[in-house]
Design a protein around this ligand. Structure first.
Ligand code: GLC
Length: 466
């Protein structure tokens, strides 16, 4: 079986978010169970290629926007593996990555429509030897229809993985003209266009042979109006071809100075190092430390309920540290709160992206708060548990599938600041008790390695091919 994994990013070469981590780790685990998998991504200028052995393989000629475009195909190996990684280079289109950044007047939807077209040309020029093209999120939503156009019944089968349904990649009708897809020949595209725009996520959902999401619970949630982002009816109509596989985490990327037997001493040291690094007074060395690490996304990540519950939590003798960046409005609000004289000595607000500090926070905190409104999988609650840091999570998606209330973390049901604060107070109650030690042990015993998930993916690929 030969699989091509297509995505907008792949860690550690191009990493923007959790999607990149998945695309960097899943193929390595698949390779170990004898699935032949290649990865294909755009070659953004930000790609970290210093340590790679990279060579130019060949040129693709990609018809797009009424012209013939040259795409250079570079080949390398995914670090620490034998997985072939293809990077597609074109200076007009692949100029930025993932953010809402526009350059050369190329919009994100146009950039990725061009990427989809390039992937299909690549499949053709590699003699159509892939059995499955595994697409990820809206950035790959047009691949299946293009494969149908170019290869008909001879085309590879497709799997479309939803990492985040709320980002859909909506472009104008001109997008279709650029791709060369002829309306009228694709009823599902015509249907989508009827409202005046083309939704690349929707295209991925309607055209692919199978759809999955990154946790079993999220696969059920997106069938409802609350979590379906307007696509719930389409998903319901494809329910028989929709499933969920929980992501794993790559433990080799998470350095740790202690293990389950030395966690008490190891954590004490990490806590001290964290407080020093963040210049928090040593009088808090024994206080419980709560943390938030992640994208500052006011809608998804639960910052509203966190913001409202923080003053309540900080009335107690605890410390809160935060690390992340994103939405400017929320960054400002959080910074303002951290300057409030009554709490400023124990609320450290770090608006930045810093992997080293993130790792220190995972290790040096007692509790990691993940109050997301919705969370397709979420990786940090699993990373926290590896460090013996108890997650406090909203009962949704992958958070629900990885944390058990009172056993290895705290889970609250209602999305509200009161429910979050209640959960944090429960955490304060167990802090320093034997129960806390038991919970830490239970959390560290959990295995979220990629091995199990890779086996599930292999089974799913086999099912799609049969
Ligand atoms: C997206 C989701 C997150 C998931 C990640 C990887 O970033 O928001 O929940 O863990 O993709 O699948």
């Amino acid at each position: 079986m030969k699989v091509l994994l297509a995505a907008s990013e792949v860690a550690p070469v191009i990493k923007i978010g959790g999607l990149g981590d998945v695309i960097g780790a899943l193929p390595k685990a698949l390779e170990k169970i004898s699935v032949n998998v290649d990865v294909i991504v755009p070659f953004f200028p930000s790609a970290k290629i210093e340590k790679l052995e990279l060579y130019k393989s060949f040129d693709l000629h990609v018809p797009f926007a009424n012209k013939n475009n040259v795409v250079e195909v570079f080949k390398t190996k995914l670090p620490e593996s034998n997985v072939d990684l293809y990077l597609l280079k074109n200076e007009e289109y692949f100029v930025s990555g993932g953010s809402n950044f526009f350059a050369n007047n190329v919009s994100e939807t146009q950039m990725f429509a061009f990427f989809n077209k390039s992937v299909v040309e690549y499949v053709k020029s590699s003699f159509n030897t892939y059995d499955i093209v595994h697409c990820n999120d809206w950035h790959t939503g047009l691949i299946t229809e293009m494969l149908k156009d170019e290869l008909g019944n001879e085309r590879p089968r497709t799997l479309f993985t939803i990492h985040n349904l709320n980002y859909q990649g909506i472009g104008g009708p001109a997008l279709l003209r650029d791709t060369g897809i002829v309306p009228g020949e694709h009823p599902l595209i015509d249907w989508d266009l009827a409202d005046g725009d083309l939704n690349m996520m929707q295209q991925g959902l309607t055209s692919s042979d199978h759809i999955n999401t990154v946790s079993p619970s999220y696969a059920k949630e997106i069938l409802t109006k609350e979590f379906g982002s307007g696509l719930e009816d389409i998903l319901k109509s494809r329910e028989g071809r929709l499933s969920g596989i929980l992501n794993g985490i790559d433990y080799s990327a998470q350095p740790r100075n202690y293990d389950i037997n030395s966690v008490a001493a190891g954590k004490k040291e990490a806590k001290k190092a964290l407080l020093e690094r963040l210049k928090i007074d040593a009088k808090y060395n024994d206080a419980p430390i709560f943390s938030f690490v992640g994208r500052i996304d006011g809608f998804q990540k639960g910052l509203d309920i966190l913001f409202e519950s923080l003053p309540g939590l900080l009335k107690s003798e605890s410390v809160f540290t935060l690390l992340g960046s994103g939405d400017k409005k929320w960054e400002e609000k959080l910074l303002m709160l951290s300057r409030d004289k009554t709490i400023s000595d124990k609320f450290s607000c770090n608006i930045m992206f810093d992997i080293e500090l993130a790792n220190l926070m995972y290790a040096g905190s007692d509790f990691l708060v993940v109050p997301s409104r919705y969370e397709p999988c979420g990786l940090i609650q699993m990373i926290a548990m590896w460090y013996g840091t108890l997650p406090i999570v909203h009962n949704v998606g992958g958070l629900k599938d990885s944390v058990t209330n009172g056993v290895n973390g705290f889970v609250f049901n209602r999305y509200s600041s009161e429910a979050l604060l209640t959960s944090m107070k429960e955490a304060l109650d167990v802090y320093g008790t034997d129960k806390m030690q038991e919970m830490i042990t239970a959390s560290m015993e959990k295995d979220f390695g990629w091995e199990q998930s890779a086996v599930e993916y292999k089974k799913l690929y086999e099912r799609i091919l049969s």
